[in-house]
Design a protein around this ligand. Structure first.
Ligand SMILES: Cc1cc2nc3c(=O)[nH]c(=O)nc-3n(C[C@H](O)[C@H](O)[C@H](O)COP(=O)(O)O)c2cc1C
Length: 377
C-alpha cells in the first residue's frame, strides 16, 4: 500500500479502482468547467500570513454546525450516486463521519436509502432535498427523513434545471450500471468494484426506486431530472417546507449577496455558499470569491457554510478566514470512498484535520472559532 497523505493521493487511487464513467461523473463539471477550475484557482490564490513567536502548543477544532457539535468545522456534503463509488457507500460515509464526530448529509439521489443510512449509524444525520413537480413525493421524503430522526434538512436550490456535464453521455453513465461492449475492458480491470457494486445489492436510487417505477423508470439521469425536478420553485416554497419540517433548515446553492439576504429573510437556519462544485452554472464565480459578500450580506443573522474546491485543511482555514462557519466536501469524500471505502473516508478526514491543525498553528491561531481575515495577507 503506497503512503496516502493527501486528497490527491486518494483521488489517484480512486481513478485506478472504479470505472471511468463513475470517476469522471465526480471529477468533472458543467460545460467548459470554467467555474470548476475557478473554485480551485481562487482558493489557491489566497495567501496566509505566517506568524511566529506565538504559543501554539494546542489547537481547538471543535465547533457547531447548524447548531450541532462537530469535532472540526467540516461536514460531508450530499452527493448523488455515492453507492456506485463503493458498495454501500452512503452507509460507510455516514459511519466514518459519525466516528469522527462530524455531520453527514445524505442526498435525495443516493443509492442507499434514508432507512439504510438510519440502520448504519446511531446518531442523527442530515438529509438533502430537491423539490419535485409532484410535491406529494417531497412530503413522503420529508416524512421519511423525520422518521429517521434526521436533524437537519438541506434544501438544494441551485438545480432547477441541470447543467450539462459533457462526459456523462459520452461515457454512457447508466444507473444501475451496466456491462456493455464499450466499457467491458474498463470494468474487467476493476474486478473488486465489479464484484461489489455491479453485481451488488444496492445499484439504483434507494430513495426513488418506487417512484421511478411509477414514473416510467429511468431513461437517462438527466431526462429523469428534467421531468421530475420543479423549475418553478421560488422563496415562497420555504414557508411550505417549514410547515412540514419543524427542524433545522439549511439552504444550499446560494452564490449571490442578494439571494443570501432573501434566504436570511426567509428565516433559514444556515446557508451553504455553493455552486454545486462547478457542476451547474458554468461561467459563474468561484464560491470563495463570493463568500465575503454573502457573509457581509447576512451580517451575522444566518450561519454561513461553504463548499467548492475544498481539498485540504488549508482550504478550510481560508474559508473560515473569509467568514464561513464550516465547510462541506463533495469530491474529496467521493475520491476517498472510492479509493478505500470507510477506511478511505476516515483517512481523508484525518488528513484534512491534521492539515487544518498545522495551518492554524503556523498562522498563530489556536481556535477555529476565532479565525478571522487576519490569517490572510
Ligand atoms: C458527484 C457529485 C454528485 C453530487 N450530487 C449532489 C446532490 O445530489 N445534491 C446536492 O445538493 N449536491 C450534490 N453535489 C454537490 C456537492 O454537495 C457539493 O456542493 C460540491 O461537490 C462541493 O464541491 P467539491 O466537490 O469541490 O467539494 C454533488 C457533487 C458531486 C461531485
Amino acid at each position: 500500500m503506497p503512503i496516502v497523505n493527501s486528497i490527491a493521493d486518494l483521488r489517484e487511487l480512486a481513478r485506478r479502482r472504479i470505472p471511468r464513467a463513475i470517476f469522471e461523473y465526480a471529477d468533472h463539471g458543467a460545460y467548459d468547467e470554467v467555474t470548476l477550475q475557478r473554485n480551485r484557482r481562487d482558493l489557491e490564490a489566497l495567501t496566509f500570513r505566517q506568524r511566529v513567536m506565538v504559543d501554539v502548543s494546542s489547537q481547538s477544532m471543535t465547533t457547531t454546525l447548524a447548531g450541532e457539535q462537530a469535532t472540526m468545522p467540516l461536514a460531508i456534503g450530499p452527493t448523488g450516486l455515492t453507492g456506485l463509488f463503493h458498495a454501500n457507500g452512503e452507509m460507510l460515509g455516514a459511519r466514518a463521519a459519525e466516528a469522527f464526530g462530524i455531520p453527514f448529509c445524505l442526498s435525495t439521489m443516493s443509492i442507499c436509502s434514508i432507512e439504510d443510512v438510519r440502520s448504519a449509524i446511531k446518531g442523527p444525520f442530515w438529509f438533502q432535498l430537491y423539490l419535485m413537480r409532484d410535491r406529494s413525493f417531497n412530503e413522503e421524503l420529508v416524512a421519511r427523513a423525520r422518521d429517521a430522526q434526521c436533524s437537519a434538512l438541506m434544501l438544494t436550490v441551485d438545480m432547477p434545471i441541470q447543467g450539462l456535464r459533457r462526459r456523462d453521455p459520452k461515457n454512457g453513465l447508466a444507473i444501475p450500471p451496466r456491462l456493455t461492449l464499450k466499457n467491458a475492458l474498463d470494468i474487467a480491470s476493476k474486478p473488486t468494484w465489479a464484484l461489489k457494486v455491479l453485481f451488488g445489492k444496492r445499484r439504483t436510487f434507494g430513495n426513488l426506486e418506487q417512484r421511478m417505477k411509477n414514473t416510467g423508470g429511468l431513461t437517462t439521469l438527466s431526462q429523469w431530472i428534467a421531468a421530475q425536478f420543479d423549475p418553478t420553485v421560488t422563496w415562497r416554497e420555504i414557508e411550505w417546507l417549514r410547515s412540514r419540517w419543524p427542524g433545522k433548515l439549511i439552504i444550499k446553492g446560494v452564490l449571490d449577496a442578494e439571494d443570501a439576504r432573501l434566504a436570511s429573510a426567509a428565516g433559514v437556519d444556515a446557508i451553504v455558499v455553493s455552486n454545486h462544485g462547478g457542476r451547474q452554472l458554468d461561467g459563474g464565480p468561484s464560491t470563495i470569491f463570493v463568500l465575503p459578500e454573502v457573509v457581509d450580506a447576512v451580517a451575522g443573522r444566518t450561519e454561513v457554510l461553504f463548499d467548492g474546491g475544498v481539498q485540504s485543511g488549508q482550504d478550510i482555514l481560508k474559508a473560515l478566514a473569509l467568514g464561513a462557519r464550516g465547510c462541506l466536501i463533495g469530491k474529496a469524500f467521493l475520491y476517498s470512498l472510492a479509493a478505500m471505502g470507510e477506511e478511505g473516508v476516515t483517512r481523508a478526514l484525518q488528513i484534512l484535520r491534521e492539515e487544518l491543525r498545522i495551518s492554524l498553528a503556523l498562522t498563530g491561531t489556536n481556535d477555529v472559532r476565532s479565525v478571522s481575515r487576519d490569517v490572510l495577507r
